[in-house]
Ligand binder design. Structure first.
Ligand code: AMP
Length: 358
């Protein structure tokens, strides 16, 4: 199966080929034709399966095919709602990359940063808006955003949106969108709440579900280090120094725990920064950029802040504590490295969990 065979234009195929994709992932092979046909979609897929391109590529194609003449200010035509700021920025970056040979434009709209540049940006053309719910509502309240021409809506990571308490925000946003539109809902899990949301939102949706990938045996070595709670930090320092680990992503359960651990690692002469919801967006973005570029040796993160962080071939992931949600055990380095949540581990105490590639 090729991307061209799915009906995508040469410009889009060129962009994905340059990104190194040779063939569609299973979610892409199934979702792209559905979205191109204009129908609603309910997709069971988690981060790491390639779902972003699964909805972005056909959206780009549809918007290009029905492009309005470029006279006056074109309206926003596609809205992608994402639960976390980092993921929203990442998705919008992908939209730009996949659409680099097209005339479409996109924008990230997230909280934690000054709203004024966003207001300025909205004065020029935006075809695809990638937003977190809170900041989007701020814009609606300030009447700086017009969503009356939305043709396609994507709810990404819908289960996480609900976990994070966004249901009321989502309902408010849905209420102001035009009734006639295409709806795509992506969720890793299907609770009753998600089913209710899907029932109210989707019109005769196609349903696809891709199996969780379990490629751990091939690509990821998982290690468990039994250790006394008081000595976990010491062991982490030892492992990082002993093996000269770089780009180590460490998950802690609490914001306070993340701060404390980053501080202690710095004292041990290991450059580390913490990211979590209490850090300013600028600080989070900076830490992530330094970590991605390899300048920062260790990034300590709470699961929510880190969810969806997409780093190709991330070499070391350490679960310093049990994740709050078992799905968070699945980290998204690339589709091949999606790993299955190990619920049984949750019954173990005092376990320091490490996963690494070597
Ligand atoms: P996602 O599940 O959308 O967050 O994608 C996870 C990762 O898979 C990202 O690093 C993408 O760049 C990568 N990816 C998406 N589609 C493909 C593909 N067809 N072939 C190889 N990698 C892909």
């Amino acid at each position: 199966m090729t991307f061209s065979a799915l009906g995508l234009s040469d410009e889009i195929v060129r962009a994905v080929t340059e990104r190194g994709y040779t063939e569609p992932t299973p979610i892409q092979a199934q979702a792209i034709p559905v979205v191109l046909s204009g129908g609603d979609l309910l997709a069971g897929a988690q981060t790491g399966t390639g779902k972003t391109a699964g909805f972005t590529l056909p959206i780009l194609q549809r918007l290009t095919a029905s492009a309005k003449p470029a006279t006056g200010k074109a309206p926003i035509r596609a809205l992608v709602l994402i639960p976390t700021r980092e993921l929203a920025a990442q998705v919008e970056e992908s939209v730009r990359d996949y659409g680099k040979y097209l005339k479409l434009t996109s924008m990230t709209m997230i909280g934690g940063v000054n709203i004024n540049p966003q207001i300025q940006r909205l004065k020029s053309r935006v075809d695809i808006l990638v937003a977190t719910p809170g900041r989007l509502l701020d814009h609606l309240q300030q009447k700086t955003l017009n969503l009356s021409h939305i043709e396609i809506l994507v709810l990404d990571e819908a289960d996480r949106m609900l976990d994070m308490g966004f249901i009321r925000d989502i309902k408010k946003i849905l209420a102001i969108l035009p009734r006639q539109r295409q709806n795509l809902l992506f969720s890793a899990t299907f609770s009753d709440e998600i089913k209710m949301l899907a029932d109210g939102l989707l019109n005769k949706p196609a349903m696809i579900e891709v199996a969780r990938r379990n490629a751990t045996a091939e690509l990821i070595t998982q290690k468990i280090y039994p250790v006394d709670r008081e000595r976990k930090r010491e062991l982490l320092t030892h492992l990082i120094k002993e093996h000269n680990w770089h780009q180590v992503l460490v998950f802690t359960r609490t914001k306070h725990g993340a701060n404390k651990l980053a501080e202690q690692l710095n004292k041990d002469s290991i450059p580390a920064l913490a990211i979590h919801g209490n850090k300013s967006q600028a600080a989070r973005t900076r830490a992530l950029a330094e970590f991605k570029s390899g300048k920062l040796q260790v990034l300590v993160a709470t699961d929510i802040a880190a969810r969806g962080i997409d780093i190709i071939e991330l070499p070391h992931v350490v679960n310093f504590e049990m994740p709050n949600v078992s799905e968070d055990y699945v980290h998204t380095c690339c589709p091949q490295t999606g790993i299955t949540a190990f619920r049984w581990l949750q019954s173990l105490n005092n376990v320091f969990r490490g996963t690494s590639k070597n």
